[in-house]
Design a protein around this ligand. Structure first.
Ligand code: C2E
Ligand code: CA
Ligand code: CA
Length: 897
């Protein structure tokens, strides 16, 4: 009450000043309005007036405008400054009128003190006129009398009262004490008043004798300090008076407590029942729910806490049931997933196929036992490795590039691939690689499943083999033969070569089979297969078409001789008897032959025609062959006959040697002889070497024939020496085949030394083409022959394009001009000039020159003119047997030329 009164009085005081100031300013303003003074003068006067006021000891008046700037202030330098930083200024600007309390320290003061201001607003000049002062400075303004009456009316208990002690021990308000505390020095009361004055706030108990009474009574004083006024407001009362109503309350409270205790027991029982029953119900529901009855729900619908709890419980159970339901589904899904995982694990571990799972970089993360079985690598050894450890060299880089491209594009690849086991063995596998993708479609893993197909492959191979081969003999069957013929035909076309089919059929095999049984028949077929196989080269195809029919494909057939060779070998192969289970069986064959491209353009035709030719051979009496085309057949037949005869002739030394004289026109003498082989036949005819020498060359029989000729010639020379005055040079022809034979030098040496006791004048004639054929090979042999003391002559000179350089390198003595240049020498200028050139050349090289095939005197004369005096030809003498030659030599006269 005191505080409020003080506040009100401060406020009123300030308000009164502010109102008065506003009035003064307004009066001055009216003067300005009435024109007595200028506005500037009015403002200055108003400011002066306001500044002249003092509020309390340090209070003053100032004005702000509504933007918060100082317009009037005792401190001049503040004018115009913006002071809106202070919270109370912002309140001033907002309110413009009224009372504000705030904390403030004047310039130079350290501690803030309570300050108050009252403001009014003078609108014409936008002045917020503020009257401010420290609250404490109002103490002097407050008159204790203002409170005295009011405070005196306050009674506490019967005789309690309120009193105020002011500054300087002055008792401001008291029922009966006036003046200062010191004035009561010595009296009982002064001690307590001093206590109160010194303590300023608190409670004290003390004994007090009232004015009216004479007994000391317990008294209580409660006091509080009012700092703004430095007043102590105290109230004192006798304790018995103040506690009397309290005691009454205590009795009442005791009574009430006893009564409520009496009531509390049944009430408690009721209340507890009314609470615990539904709670128990709830507890039961909880235990039910806990036991797993998810559909448990409370029935209580009341509005009390239990009802709320029930509804919460129901809500909770709803949620729980929902969660339980989700959980069940989750469990089911997981169980299923777990089952699938175990199933996968089972499949993974027990699969026959090797399975690897790799990461995106190709590192193996997992591999199954079958992987180990197939590759030989332990699973733990390959974890983290790249599957390319299995790579074989069977595929090139392009293969793997194509494979990975397909996996990238389609997510999958499958095919046959060769890999390598740990032991180095390569094997085929059927591999399938799949990319495993995540939900975003990004590849995260690769799964490779592979199957070792080595066995499958070999079975396949076996089946393929069986499909193409005859079960009994293991020979290719008709299908494979046809394929091979097709391939051979395309090769033959490309290389411009020929191929031959030999259709071979065993004679009378059916009879043998029927009479001796199939087992023997099979054995014969196997033996026959063996014999055929011995004859042919590995690149030839021997096939069995069924029964006793075999077809042999031979590529790159050179000529008839080649064929005849094979035919002869075949018949020779079957000449010996077959010994089956100790029994000798004579099995002959019939052979049909076709040639590509002569006898057919395709495999089918070639086989069919060969078959027909074979039947022809059968028709001709079995144990023979037939070529599909007659003229070819005839030619082959003839050659075969001749060869056989020739062979026989060599064995029987059927050959004779004729001698043709060589004349020297300068001396008119026979100076030499050429030994020329002849083959007399039993019918009296004589076969020319032009007919059989090429065959003898091909068959190599020429070597033996040559030896016979040399031996005969050496022997004949002995005879001739006896009949002629001077020794004659005897020329022996050496063919290429002879010259190349490894024994040639030994043979010549052996024959010429053994058979001739007298020194021989021998000359060997080698054709120009033979020499040019193998210059390096022949030059050494010729040298050896020359070393033996024999001369050498180049036969058929002019046909073989020899160069001078070569001629110089051979140890030759004579050039023999080929007959072809001589024949037309008298009519053909070109031939004549060639002969002239050869003659000139031989002279330059210091070689003798001989002309052969001279039949007419003109030729002889011309040759002599050209410088060639050595002549051989029918003009002077034909080749003749020894006896005839002896007669010829005897009758030779110089004048014959
Ligand atoms: P060549 O060595 O050029 O023999 C000369 C051939 O010409 C001989 O034929 C001979 O009879 C023939 N002739 C000689 N003068 C005349 C003539 O005036 N007019 C015609 N038209 N022909 C004439 P021949 O004896 O039939 O021999 C043929 C070829 O056989 C020989 O040609 C020779 O290369 C070869 N030859 C003969 N005997 C042997 C031999 O013992 N060993 C070898 N390796 N080859 C021989
Ligand atoms: Ca000759
Ligand atoms: Ca000749």
């Amino acid at each position: 009450m005191v505080q409020a009164t003080i506040n009100a009085s401060v406020r009123n005081h300030l308000k009164a000043i502010a109102d008065k100031d506003l009035e003064i300013v307004n009066i001055i303003y009216q003067e300005y309005l009435s024109g007595k003074i200028s506005e500037k003068e009015a403002r200055e006067r108003a400011t002066k007036l306001l500044m002249g006021q003092k509020i309390g000891s340090t209070g003053y008046v100032y004005c702000l405008n509504s933007t918060g700037s100082v317009v009037v202030h005792p401190e001049k330098k503040l004018i115009g400054s913006d002071v809106t930083d202070f919270a109370f200024v912002r309140q001033q600007v907002a309110d413009k009128e009224g009372f504000i309390e705030y904390e403030w320290a004047n310039p130079g003061e350290k501690e803030q003190r309570e300050k108050v201001l009252y403001m009014t607003y003078f609108e014409p000049w936008d002045w917020i006129i503020s009257v401010s002062s420290y609250r404490s400075e109002f103490a002097t303004l407050i008159d204790a009398d203002d409170f005295r009456d009011k405070i005196s009316t306050i009674t506490l208990g019967k005789s309690g009262y309120v009193f105020i002690i002011g500054k300087d021990e002055e008792v401001l308000v008291h029922p009966w004490i006036h003046g200062t505390i010191s004035d009561f020095q010595g009296t009982l009361g002064s001690k307590f008043l001093r206590d109160i004055y010194e303590k300023k706030r608190g409670i004290i108990h003390y004994k007090w004798k009232d004015r009216s009474g004479d007994t000391l009574r317990e008294k209580l004083a409660i006091f509080e300090h009012l700092p703004s006024m430095d007043w102590i407001i105290a109230s004192s009362v006798y304790t018995d008076e103040i506690y009397a109503p309290l005691n009454r309350i205590i009795y009442f409270v005791l009574f009430a407590v006893v009564l409520s205790l009496l009531l509390a027991i049944p009430l408690g029982a009721y209340v507890s029942n009314s609470i615990t029953n539904p709670v128990n119900d709830l507890v039961n529901l909880f235990s039910k729910a806990a036991a797993g009855k998810w559909d448990t729900r409370a029935q209580n619908t009341s509005q009390d806490e239990i009802g709320i709890l029930s509804r919460r419980f129901n809500k909770f159970m709803d949620d729980l049931q929902g969660i339980q339901c989700n959980l069940n589904t989750e469990v089911a899904i997981r169980q299923k997933a777990e089952y699938q995982r175990r199933l996968f694990e089972e499949v993974f571990n027990n699969a026959m196929e090797g399975i690897t799972i790799t990461d995106i970089e190709g590192k193996i993360l997992k591999a199954n036992p079958a992987f180990t079985d197939i590759t030989g690598y332990d699973v733990q050894d390959v974890i983290g490795k790249n599957p390319n450890i299995l790579k074989s060299e069977k595929h090139d880089k392009a293969f793997y590039t194509a494979m990975w491209n397909e996996i990238r594009e389609t997510g999958h690849w499958s095919g046959e691939i060769w890999n390598r086991r740990k032991n180095g063995e390569s094997y085929p596998e059927l591999l399938s690689i799949s990319a495993i993708k995540d939900t975003e479609g990004e590849t995260t893993h690769y799964v490779a499943v592979f199957h070792d197909i080595t066995e499958m492959k070999s079975k396949e191979e076996q089946i393929r083999y069986q499909a193409h081969h005859d079960a009994l003999t293991g020979l290719p069957n008709r299908g494979l033969l046809t394929d091979r013929i097709k391939m051979a035909i395309s090769r033959a076309k490309r290389l411009d070569t020929r191929l031959a089919l030999f259709y071979l059929d065993l004679d009378n095999f059916k009879t043998v089979n029927d009479s001796l049984g199939h087992a023997i028949g099979d054995k014969i077929l196997l033996k026959a297969t063996e014999r055929i196989s011995d004859i042919f080269r590995s690149q030839d195809t021997i096939s069995r078409l069924g029964g006793d029919e075999f077809v042999i494909l031979v590529e790159n057939v050179k000529d008839e001789m080649h064929l005849i060779n094979i035919i002869e070998k075949l018949f020779a192969g079957f000449a010996a008897p077959f010994i089956i289970d100790g029994t000798e069986l004579h099995i002959t064959t019939s052979l049909g032959i076709t040639i590509f491209p002569d006898d057919g353009e395709d495999a089918g035709t070639l086989i069919k025609n060969a078959d027909m030719a074979m039947y022809q051979a059968k028709a001709e009496g079995r144990n023979g062959y037939h070529m599909y085309r007659q003229e070819m057949h005839d030619r082959a037949q003839r050659r075969l006959t001749v060869e056989n005869a020739l062979r026989h002739g060599v064995n029987a030394r059927e050959f004779a040697v004729y001698y043709q004289p060589k004349i020297n026109l300068d001396t008119g003498m026979v100076y030499g002889l050429e030994a020329l082989v002849r083959w007399p036949r039993p019918d009296g005819s004589v076969i020319s070497p032009a007919e059989f020498i090429p065959l003898a060359e091909e068959t190599g029989l020429i070597v033996d024939i040559g030896k016979i000729v040399l031996e005969t010639a050496c022997k004949d020379i002995q005879t001739l020496t006896a009949h002629s005055e001077q020794p004659l040079v005897v020329s022996i022809n050496l063919s290429g085949r002879q010259l190349k034979h490894p024994d040639i030098l030994d043979d010549i040496r052996a024959i010429t030394t053994s058979s001739s006791p007298i020194p021989l004048k021998l000359e060997f004639e080698i054709t120009e083409s033979t020499l040019m054929d193998d210059v390096d090979g022949t030059v050494e042999i010729l040298q050896e022959i020359s070393n033996m003391g024999f001369s050498l002559s180049i036969d058929d000179f002019g046909t073989g394009y020899s160069s001078l350089a070569y001629l110089k390198s051979f140890p030759i003595n004579t050039l023999k001009i080929d007959r072809s240049f001589i024949t037309e020498i008298t009519v053909n200028d070109e031939d004549a000039s060639i002969v002239r050139t050869i003659i000139d050349m031989s002279r330059n090289l210091s070689l003798d020159v001989v002309a052969e095939g001279v039949e007419y005197p003109e030729q002889s004369r011309m040759l002599k003119e050209l410088g060639c005096s050595r002549i051989q030809g029918f003009l002077y003498g034909k080749p003749m047997p020894l006896l005839e030659l002896i007669t010829f030599l005897k009758s030779w006269k110089l004048d014959k030329i």
